[in-house]
Design a protein around this ligand. Sequence first.
Ligand SMILES: [Zn+2]
Length: 131
Amino acid sequence: MSELEPAAGTDEDASEDPGSQPGSRWPRRLAWLGGILVVVVVIALVAGTSLVATTIAVLAGLLILRTGWFFLQSFATPPPEPPEPGKLRKVKLTYRCSICGAEVRMTVAGSEDPEPPRHCLEDMELVAPID
Ligand SMILES: [Zn+2]
């Protein structure tokens, strides 16, 4: 696996580059496949296992690694900062939960047309702007 780690790191960094072009993806994927193939062959030769079993094991390991990395990244991303008080707008909006009937009045929001709050796991319905 030690041969795979540097390649995986550089691939992640390059794919997150906003200036990267979509046309440059295929050579990178082919390089990935080649790297995986080399790792599979080396492991199969060293450990004396069959190529098919080693391929499945390496692909499963990559999938688990990828899934774990995805969850770690989502945990590591902090929620967005609340906007400064000067950027907030005064609104008078009333929302009603279509499931339980609860009503909520919004008095300050980041924009004049904010996203509705959620209640009972559903978006609340805008009742009427109060003037
Ligand atoms: Zn509700």
